[in-house]
Design a protein around this ligand. Sequence first.
Ligand code: PLP
Length: 408
Amino acid sequence: MPPALLHAFAKPSQDAFVTLVRAEGVRTWDDTGKEYIDGLGSLWYCQAGHGRSEIIDAVTEQMKALGSFHTFAPLGSDVSDKAAERIMSVSPFPDGRVFLTCSGSESIDTAVKLLRKIPILNNEPDRQIILKRTRGYHGVNLGGTSMQGIAANREGWGDLLPHVIEVDPDDIESAARVFAEHGPRIAGVITEPVQGAGGVFPPPDGYLEGLRRLCDDNGALLVFDEVITGFGRTGNWFATDTYGVTPDLITFAKGVTSGYQPMGGVLVSRGVCDVLEADPDFVFMHGYTYSGHPAACAAAIANIDLLERDGLVERANQIGERLSAGLNALKADGLLDEVRGIGAIWGAQLSGDDIANRGIAVRDRMVELGVLCRAINGTLAFCPPLIMKDADLDEMVDVLAQAVRENS
Ligand SMILES: Cc1ncc(COP(=O)(O)O)c(C=O)c1O
């Protein structure tokens, strides 16, 4: 009999799940006492590692002082103000502002609504087209589902948002053709700087620059979805810094609290803020009950402090060197076809036939062997906590090698 909980991205008929009960550092344990290395930072988010008392204590203290309150006007809280300032202190928009949500999906829907609102405020109501890239993952709310470049996540839900055009993820000419045809009607482009859930694909050389140029030339806005890449994952606070291309909006979630509390948001650049602030009578009719929740804000502040204090943003690059060297050695042995990634996010693509099914078999064998990672169309994805030591990284690679050999 299936459990009471309808699991995410699962067959509703499935009745067997791994039941985790504890996590500490880079390891987690299930209800039988079996131990696993957390190779994906839970779900691409646990930068700080598990069981960090700095974050837990900060949340506990906050819950005692102001356990919950909203931030709808005219209210706010000291901790939501502080969290916003702390987030902006590491953001690529030092003079911008941040809107807070409770998840990546809500961040994306907020960004989509901003892409609609800004042209309306600029008296360009016909600018409604949004470009997205094949392979892109932007969450599962209806806006994000419409922005999906992964067909399986998008199809079968009835009509989605109109005016969304999908472009080739690697060929900038594909986007250029859409701009040539629809330029004045394009509100913006949404893309992950490094496509994550689509299989870990860093951008081709010059691609992000190309999108920036097309947006600038046509009066459109560029949105980077940094839900995975934000808060240190690529070796800088944001992939915006890593790639040196600055968008107009940045969505984030996950690493902002290392997942200790649900939080997401949108970083809004000064140029977009200027449009929103221009008319003193304009009201931004958007917000979530839990936007700026005190516990989430306390977790964000403590987490950012911890990442900074422990040099974990820089550690992402060392993790990348070690992990990519290990994965590339497996490639040299013929076990992998391709190794892709940057900083502390990597994808290892299997070689040979039927890699999508074999990827799931490899993933399942790795779970048996005590390593958690994700299988995406024949790519095994790794996104470890930024505290992971070299020995654990090496162990993950060894387990991957064994699982691939057994499933060749
Ligand atoms: C790039 C990206 N955007 C948005 C989301 C959605 O975030 P959430 O699951 O918190 O709603 C994800 C989740 O993995 C993501 O990877």
